[in-house]
Design a protein around this ligand. Structure first.
Ligand code: ZN
Ligand code: ZN
Length: 480
């Protein structure tokens, strides 16, 4: 049965209500378990049993695995860089598990059919489990193959660059289209603060951007609950909200170290560990919800479109968190423009269906059929939209306007933090043209048929104008 507007507005549906009630034993008690949620009544599973932070986590990996009752033979998945950073030590640490290295040498590595097949063929002797040694892409390649083979995997994180370590689903590039496939979460996540702090600055900035994205993901999710009755859990939203808050305080200590003294090094290691915890927490939130919804909104859709464009151009892509951080700043801009003066935007007419289709064909090229099949040519109209609009208005009044008000301060702060850590804040810094930026804002939404900021702007008839305004003004520094 659909929840009424009154029910949705209840205090128990506010993430803040649960944030205050989440004590620090809640998550440790939930790890490796399925429990009934006190907030939404669903059962949420956290498959991951442990997250281990240890300066010797690579050499001691075998001990930790034995403690968790893991046994048999394993493959260790790495690339030449992660091999040098930790892979060889990890192989030594896992010697009781007859480890065999699978090393990806490809320069333009993506989690695509070729990479998945490479690992699959290396698994012909049926290993008992897999160990990924790297960050997002290597973990995703490992996660999907572990899922398909029905065996567990362990993630050794070499950089706090992405929230996907703890996630249970796999973003894959299939026939050039970025799509979410099933997967499994790792049984154990291992990391070493010294290794995380030694990662390139741009990877740390990417991780920071991926946590910031939750600022948009959370409000997109809450509005989807109001507008489209999408499944929502305020406790999970509260956990993610907590992760964002803790991360904003870390920015200063995540920046590059000049001449280091020992104290600065300790501070940076601690900040990188906390960033890793915040990223893992949002990954765990995705496991609990069984979807990427708690951690991904328009911020990610903008990023996905840019990534797909790189693949079409056979270009080596930038980091996921780079583009997601940019998507977050654009998402904040969209919210601020749409709800200026704390009121709903004036209704403008939608883009006619035939123009929409022509545009999708232009933007998606050979992938257009998939994008067209997944999406309706027109946003909801008539009574359906009127009802949704009433719910959106009630939500904005209850919490949305206050949430968006924070962006006037938060947006320049987030921009400056990302810059200081060493990441990009505008698409042109990554080599994208105005047209690429316009396309990502105007047509990132067709990557997934989900309600996000982009759909919200489309439904009010503002999306294409705002996309033009933002794409045009960004390189000149006029937007933020
Ligand atoms: Zn719940
Ligand atoms: Zn992400």
């Amino acid at each position: 049965m659909l929840a009424s507007l009154k029910t949705k507005l209840r205090e128990e549906n506010h993430p803040e209500f649960w944030r205050e009630r989440i004590d620090h034993d809640l998550l440790p008690d939930w790890m490796g378990q399925t429990k009934t949620c006190p907030a939404c009544g669903r059962s949420h599973t956290i498959k991951t049993k442990a997250m281990i932070k240890d300066k010797d986590s690579a050499i001691k990996a075998g001990h930790y695995l034995q403690d968790m009752k893991m046994s048999g033979r394993c493959k260790v998945i790495m690339d030449p860089v992660t091999r040098a950073v930790a892979g060889d030590t990890l192989m030594e640490g896992l010697k009781d598990f007859s480890p065999e290295a699978v090393i990806f040498e490809r320069d333009d590595l993506h989690a695509d059919e070729q990479a998945l097949g490479t690992l699959l063929t290396a698994m012909s002797d049926k290993p008992d489990f897999l160990v990924s040694c790297g960050s997002g892409t290597l973990t995703d390649i490992t996660r999907y193959n572990a899922y398909m083979a029905g065996i567990p995997f362990v993630a050794y994180a070499t950089a706090a660059s992405v929230d996907g370590f703890a996630s249970g689903s796999t973003p894959l590039i299939v026939k050039g289209f970025k799509t979410t496939y099933p997967g499994i979460a790792p049984d154990i996540i291992l990391y070493d603060p010294t290794v995380l702090a030694a990662a390139p600055q741009k990877m740390i900035a990417a991780g920071f951007g991926d946590v910031l994205a939750k600022i948009i993901a959370l409000i997109d999710w809450r509005l989807a609950f109001f507008a489209e009755d999408e499944a929502y859990c305020p406790l999970i939203a509260g956990l993610v909200d907590q992760a964002v808050a803790s991360c904003l305080d870390l920015a200063e200590n995540l920046t590059a170290l000049g001449k280091t003294d020992h104290q600065d090094q300790i501070k940076k290691e601690e900040a990188c560990s906390q960033l890793m915890e915040a990223l893992s927490l949002t990954g765990i939130a995705m496991q609990m919800m069984g979807s990427s919804r708690p951690a991904s909104g328009s911020d990610h859709h903008i990023s996905h479109l840019l990534e797909m464009r790189d693949i079409q151009r056979h270009k080596k892509g930038s980091l996921h968190g780079d583009k997601v951080g940019i998507g977050t700043l654009i998402g904040m801009t969209l919210y601020m423009r749409l709800f200026e003066g704390r009121r709903l935007p004036l209704q403008k007419p939608p883009l006619p269906a035939h123009i929409w289709e022509k545009e999708v064909r232009r933007v998606y090229g050979p992938l257009a059929e998939q994008a067209i099949a997944k999406n309706d040519p027109l946003p909801p109209q008539g009574k359906m939209w009127e009802t949704q609009k009433q719910s959106i208005e009630a939500a904005m009044e209850a919490f949305g306007y206050n949430y968006v008000d924070r962006f006037s301060k938060l947006l320049p702060e987030a921009r400056d933090h990302i810059t200081a850590i060493g990441g990009p804040v505008r698409p042109d810094q990554l080599g994208y043209s105005k047209q690429d930026t316009y396309d990502a804002i105007a047509h990132g939404k067709e990557v997934r048929p989900k309600f996000t900021t982009l759909r919200l702007a489309e439904r009010f008839g503002w999306l294409y104008d705002l996309a033009e305004e933002i794409a045009d003004g960004l390189p000149a520094g006029r937007i933020y």
